[in-house]
Design a protein around this ligand. Structure first.
Ligand code: C2E
Ligand code: MG
Ligand code: MG
Ligand code: MG
Length: 285
């Protein structure tokens, strides 16, 4: 405040008005305001069964419809939100809004009853002591069934899960909520930690998928990761599948599920309703 006051007194151009710290605070305040002001929106990206293209899950992906800067992707604001703690209210909004939308799909589209709803949780959210209460509250309030919810955690959590975090994840699991490890292979998690967590879904990061159609070593690495997930009895989802050649290799190596532009792009919830109406039917690729 003092710096801003000094800058104002000194007049424009004489001092740097925004120090990085002030900039962070201003951007944090702007984001928190955006949540309250209804500027956040969700897009949803399906994942499919590789064998027949049926939609098995839909992942909620947050965007910020910024009044001046247009539609911002999470890359433009999630890191800051994680740093300042704004991710906690953002994440709570995302979970509530995603559940509300999914409950509407379930009312409108019979096949939606079978589809999972995936929601990303940031490391900071998972460290909140009230996480289980927040999730329970939103499920009660919206009427979304816990057994159809998948919470996606990044590998940071897997790296060193403390006792309290493990307790929280086990409580969620006991409620029937499913846990996924997202972007698997991008962090520094020891594979060994995986077996300590109640994880049922393994999302293999896009970087493992990219070269599988033309690089035998990339193929071998992806195959090993897919095999690891299978050995743990997890549902393995390949992320970022963009070509039919990649999809064919994935099927070959025994990967069952995929998410990527080849199948569906993230899109607004209402646009997905029509797709979900056909979701019970195989989608040829
Ligand atoms: P993610 O959870 O791994 O989500 C997948 C990202 O990959 C999405 O980017 C999606 O648009 C993109 N993607 C999907 N298929 C393809 C493909 O075939 N090719 C390529 N190149 N990209 C593809 P998006 O929406 O920009 O989100 C980026 C990340 O931001 C997410 O990665 C997730 O980690 C984070 N994020 C998104 N929404 C939330 C949220 O509500 N809470 C938290 N904590 N993080 C979120
Ligand atoms: Mg995700
Ligand atoms: Mg992911
Ligand atoms: Mg990813």
């Amino acid at each position: 405040d003092t710096a801003m006051y000094a800058a104002k007194r000194a007049g424009r151009g004489r001092y740097q008005v925004y120090t990085p710290e002030l900039d962070t605070r201003a951007r944090d305040a702007e984001l928190r305001h955006a949540v309250a002001d209804g500027q956040l929106v969700l897009h949803f990206q399906p994942s499919v069964d590789l064998r027949d293209g049926t939609v098995v899950a839909v992942e909620a992906l947050v965007r910020w419809d910024h009044p001046e800067r247009g539609l911002l992707l999470p890359g433009a604001f999630i890191d800051l939100a994680e740093e300042t703690g704004a991710i906690v209210p953002v994440g709570e909004w995302v979970l509530r809004e995603a559940c509300r939308q999914a409950v509407r799909w379930r009312a409108e589209v019979p096949a939606a009853a079978e589809i999972y709803l995936n929601v990303n949780l940031s490391p900071l959210q998972v460290k909140q002591s009230g996480l289980v209460e927040v999730v329970t509250g939103i499920l009660d309030e919206t009427g979304f069934p816990p057994g159809r919810l998948v919470l996606e955690l990044t590998e940071g959590i897997v790296l060193e899960p403390d006792e309290a975090t493990l307790d929280r994840l086990n409580s969620l699991c006991a409620m029937g909520v499913n846990i996924a490890v997202d972007d698997f292979g991008t962090g520094h998690a020891a594979i060994n930690y995986l077996r300590l967590l109640p994880v049922t879904v393994l999302k293999v990061d896009r970087s493992y998928v990219t070269g599988i159609d033309d690089d035998p070593r990339a193929y071998a690495v992806a195959q090993a990761v897919v095999g690891l997930g299978a050995a743990f009895g997890m549902h393995v989802v390949a992320e970022g599948v963009e070509t039919t050649a990649q999809a064919d290799r994935l099927i070959e190596m025994g990967c069952r599920y995929a998410q990527g532009y080849l199948y569906h792009r993230p899109q607004p919830g209402d646009e997905l309703t029509a797709l979900l109406r056909r979701a019970g039917l195989p989608v040829p690729r």
